[in-house]
Design a protein around this ligand. Sequence first.
Ligand SMILES: [Zn+2]
Length: 432
Amino acid sequence: MALDLIVKHARLPDGRQDIDIACEGGRIVAVERAITGGAARILDARGRLLAPPFVDPHFHLDATLSMGTPRLNRSGTLLEGIALWGELKPLLTPDAVIERALRYCDLAVSQGLLAIRSHVDVCDDRLVGVEALIEVRRRVSSYLDLQLVAFPQDGYFRSPGAAANLTRALDMGVEVVGGIPHFERSMAEGAASVEALCRIAAERGLQVDMHCDETDDPQSRHIETLAAETHRLGLGGRVTASHLTSMHSMDNYYVSKLLPLMTESGVAAIANPLINIVIQGRHDTYPKRRGMTRVPELRSHGIPVAFGGDCVMDPWYPLGQADMLEVAAMGLHVAQLTGLDDMRWCFEAVTTEAARIIGLEGYGLTVGCHADMVLLQARDPIEAIRLKPPRLAVIRRGKVIAEAAERSSLLAIEGRPARLDPADYAPAAGGD
Ligand SMILES: [Zn+2]
């Protein structure tokens, strides 16, 4: 029987070399050396890194690629970004949101990013974004897993209609409950919003993913309430706290109490390094805080952590290119994760860890998993983060759905090589 695809001579993220992976019926059917037999397509990895696809566990697909409409964010602050998005919201049409989101998904696929958890703003009585992204989820389903979070951007209590709209969005098929407790009118209302939203998730059997404490305020402690509610309602493993930037500024003694509470509750954390490093600390003079949450400390307490992209060319962030390796590289730098194991973990934070937190089914490079993969022009995960190299092949359900040429330069220097491959510079022991 001919297989759909065999990828030959690959190096896997765990360091195994010269591995072949056979795919049939959209699944991985063999992972071993020297697989024989025919296939509709045979792809020679030539020793390059074959990884499961990138996963973005935190994004805003309703806002992406809207930069400049109706104007630019002059101050660069989170609050001007939210105000700007508020100006844009009444102007949104379903067709325009769908078109922008589909264009972003094209870019994502080309970057080997095949699963996105996107928040969608429900503080618009028309629910234009919800309607549009449900349609996008349907249209991309054959090539990209899109998970939607009902996100009350202007506050679950603070925005009139947000509570009713959130319920409508969940009824329409949005699958995760969002929130933004630090944007409510008071700490008490923020805590009440956490309680109300966790209760909705418990009643409906849904996951929770809140923007939580995305502030430089050391007193913003909604994560404590979120951990306590997760524990009380038995929601461990289904609740994610996104951003947690206030943890950067909290008192160390308080954090020493908070981390074990988070571990006990089973809450997961998502940092968004590109956005945290440009949005946080804006009110500081010098020294300026970095603002990203305490990634090494969360990890050392056994709390699941991943990195998200959050924004690309929208009211909050003018850059980005759907490249989760750029996200991993920024997270590595900001958290000073330069130990070998730490650098390898940064690759997992945008692949396996992110997949685990959003509950992606059939993800990975073992027999029985979906045949979804990305072949990179790099030898190992650390080199991938260093180089952010071309995605030579992006595979979905055993079919190549995107390809890119290798990157190389031609040199015209006497006595030096004529051709340079940037992926040839890996240290001999790199990644082993
Ligand atoms: Zn966000």
